[in-house]
Design a binder for this molecule. Structure first.
Ligand code: 4AD
Ligand code: MG
Length: 480
């Protein structure tokens, strides 16, 4: 007999047919009630055992964490909060879990701190919180593809190994096949990368944008969705060294169209999550609500998780220039200014996440799209405005997160791009192909990057980005 997923069973009508389920024991009360979970839903199915009918040997092995196979009739439940339960006729122990050892892990049924769970990343998906987050992550990934496929975009895969630095920020993980103890050397003592696997220095990609641009200039609309790597030493709750980025790129779109796309796309995937992850979001909302109760009143969030998500859908993203934002920050009240670690004094300074969050959470009280940033704090590829000092950059800022999207209209003019690269010290030899794109049928085009984990963080309400990816990579941490 085929075993059935618990998610499906819980939606079934009671019947007099025998069903078969496999899962992990979450609890076993009074030698009678097994709470079984198989990962298909946040909910457990109750399996009722008539212990007099079972051998002591078997009952002893029904312990928290064990994998079991249960057969029995699906009957109407007497218990609260569930429509059906299984009246067990047969139990098979698939994999035992020694209670003494389980006690030492996060599988033991008590409340563990999120930090403790992180230390056992291989087991944490067996907890309610992490299974809810990871199911939601999976649904969101599907929603990303769903949105772009429905809107005529082509999914493209950009290389993970590249010879260029797409962001020009020098935050790359270098790759080499050379023996680090004995590398081939040039006459001047420097390492001879011509003998390296690719005949040159390479690194893990920081963004697929440049390659996506080349494809947008042939396929029209493309998007990437893949891993990206940054060797930035930021030990924050918003940064990973390995994260997944979604990067749409569209030929003939200007910055306004790019903003429209970002807003429409974000609203689509949040709507999708609300409609398709209801049980998990309800659980996460309740969990967060309990955590909030321990915080001082002033720090408590005014909205519950799903209200926050709905709020994004109900509001237009406020579009504000960098220059206006600086004015607002300069004018902010003295007691607010005191709270900033870094005070913005003049035009040209880069905004820190505390300023971004102030604009979103305190000033505008809605998502914000900041655009037209100073050229010298943004990447070389962004289109220069007529004023000669700002570029067509845009960042989408979210409550609780700060920057969730970074994008721009790209510099499509050959001469302007060439001189920009020169002045910013970008090696033309590395990016000759990117420049050449501007020679053959160049056109206005735009795109952006959404940090997938930051979006998962926002939707699930998790406070730390390390808790929305199965195996987080952060400075000094690649244990698993
Ligand atoms: O603003 P960023 O650096 O932009 C780019 O990489 C562009 N090439 C994108 C494009 O226009 N196609 O990164 C884009 C987004 C950020 O807004 C943030 O959400 C996320 O990627 N991100 C990170 N997420 C987690 N950990 C990190 N270290 C991140 N760095 C950026
Ligand atoms: Mg950015």
């Amino acid at each position: 007999m085929q075993h059935i997923e618990i998610a499906t069973l819980l939606k079934s009508e009671p019947s007099l047919h025998e069903v078969s389920v496999k899962g992990w024991v979450r609890s076993f009360r009074s030698n009678r009630f097994i709470a079984l979970n198989d990962g298909s839903t946040i909910k457990n199915i109750q399996c009722v055992v008539d212990f007099e009918k079972f051998e002591e040997e078997i009952l002893k092995k029904i312990t928290v964490g064990a994998a079991i196979h249960v057969r029995g009739l699906l009957v109407e439940s007497q218990g609260q909060g569930q429509a059906v339960e299984i009246q067990v006729s047969k139990v098979e122990i698939l994999g035992e879990a020694n209670p003494e050892e389980v006690k030492l892990t996060i599988l033991s049924p008590k409340r563990h701190s999120i930090e403790t769970l992180r230390e056992q990343a291989h087991l944490r998906v067996r907890t309610n919180t992490f299974s809810a987050v990871m199911r939601t992550r999976s649904k969101l990934a599907f929603a990303v593809h769903d949105y772009f496929q429905k809107n005529g975009f082509n999914y493209m895969n950009t290389p993970v190994i590249t010879g260029s630095d797409a962001e020009g920020a020098g935050e790359m993980f270098r790759l080499s096949s050379l023996d680090p103890k004995n590398p081939p050397l040039n006459e001047d003592g420097s390492i001879n990368y011509k003998e390296d696997f690719f005949g040159k220095e390479t690194n893990l990609t920081v963004s697929g944008q440049l390659e996506a641009e080349t494809y947008a200039m042939g396929l029209g609309k493309v998007y990437t969705f893949g891993p990206t790597f940054r060797a930035e030493n930021s030990n924050t709750s918003r940064h990973l060294a390995e994260f997944w980025m979604i990067e749409p790129e569209v030929a003939f779109n200007d910055l306004d169209a790019n903003m429209d796309l970002a807003e429409d796309f974000i609203k689509y995937i949040i709507t999708y999550a609300l409609e398709n992850c209801a049980d998990d979001l309800e659980f996460l909302e309740e969990r967060l609500f309990q955590d909030e109760k321990n915080k001082p009143q002033a720090e408590r969030s005014e909205m519950k998780l799903r209200e926050k998500l709905q709020f994004i859908l109900d509001n237009n993203f406020k579009r504000v220039t960098y220059t206006e934002a600086i004015e607002i920050l300069k004018r902010s009240k003295p007691n607010q200014k005191k709270k900033f670690k870094y005070i913005i004094e003049e035009w040209g300074a880069d905004l820190q996440s505390e300023h971004e969050r102030f604009l979103v959470e305190k000033h505008f009280k809605c998502p914000v799209i900041l655009f037209d940033y100073p050229a010298n704090i943004k990447a070389f590829y962004m289109r220069l405005n007529e004023d000669g000092k700002t570029v067509r950059a845009m960042d989408v800022l979210f409550p609780g997160i700060g920057e969730i999207v970074g994008g721009s209209q790209r510099e499509e003019r050959y001469d302007v791009l060439k001189s920009k690269m020169e002045s910013m010290g970008i090696d033309e030899k590395e990016l000759w192909w990117y420049l050449e794109l501007r020679k053959f049928g160049t056109a206005v085009h735009s795109g952006f990057g959404l940090g997938f984990e930051r979006m998962v963080q926002f939707v699930t309400g998790m406070g730390n980005i390390r808790d929305v990816i199965p195996y987080p990579r952060t400075p000094g941490n690649a244990e698993f």
